[in-house]
Write a protein that binds this ligand. Structure first.
Ligand code: PRP
Ligand code: URA
Length: 208
């Protein structure tokens, strides 16, 4: 099981700001991107590199570069888009594969409405991004779509998760790595994370 709660002071500080109810859409968006950047740094620390020689100011010099061009970022619509710029700031050449899902408000089951993956999924590391991992239904559905496309290496980046959602994923897909800024306490009766952030999609898009 690979679940990393990334307790970096910058992440904790920024997430603390995000929990305030009086935040503007602009502030919530900016902070989502900033935390996503920091989670990306952590989630990519095991990427393989290779040594190459470049012409430096004083002659040839050996440097490291990331091997291949193998990452695809997978935002789960809609709220996952709020983390995308932060991830792409760190990995500008990453391809983007989009999954469209929403949670049925009554059943809390995910409803799929869109899927568009880049080519060569078998060779890529998928970085799923979504601010919230609640019941785990949306993530489970996304992992199943990715595995069906041939993707074998999957990591998920989240702002907030709860233990029951994490357990659902680790039980079904123990190979998937989870990076999260905070593991919160529990879900309320409507399936919202407590203390959580509220409705992340609404806050990022300025709806409701
Ligand atoms: C939220 C969130 C996740 C999902 C998490 O999306 O962004 O995708 O709920 O819940 P789960 O773990 O119980 O599946 P939502 O369905 O509200 O859609 P939105 O992103 O379009 O607002
Ligand atoms: N989706 C959200 O936007 N917030 C939650 O707390 C749970 C699911």
């Amino acid at each position: 099981m690979a679940v990393y709660e990334v307790k970096h002071p910058l992440i904790q500080h920024k997430l603390g700001l995000m929990r305030q109810s009086e935040l503007s859409t602009k502030q919530f968006r900016e902070l989502s991107s900033e935390v996503a950047r920091l989670l990306t740094y952590e989630a990519t620390k095991d990427l393989e590199t290779e040594t190459i020689t470049v012409n430096g100011w004083a002659g040839p010099v050996s440097v490291h570069q990331i091997k291949g061009k193998k990452i695809t970022v997978v935002p789960i619509l809609r709220a996952g888009l709020g983390m995308m710029n932060g991830v792409l700031d760190m990995i500008p050449s990453a391809k983007v594969s989009v999954v469209g899902l929403y949670r049925d408000e009554e059943t809390l089951e995910p409803v799929a409405y869109y899927q568009k993956f880049t080519s060569g999924m078998e060779e890529r590391i998928a970085l799923i991004i979504d601010p919230m991992l609640a019941t785990g239904g949306s993530l489970l559905a996304t992992i199943e779509m990715l595995k069906k496309s041939g993707c074998r290496r999957i990591k998920g980046l989240f702002l907030v998760a709860v233990p029951e959602g994490i357990e659902k994923i680790t039980a079904a897909h123990p190979d998937v790595e989870i990076y999260v800024a905070s593991i919160d306490e529990r879900l309320n009766e409507q399936g919202y994370i407590l203390p959580g952030l509220g409705d992340a999609g609404d806050k990022i898009f300025g709806t409701k």
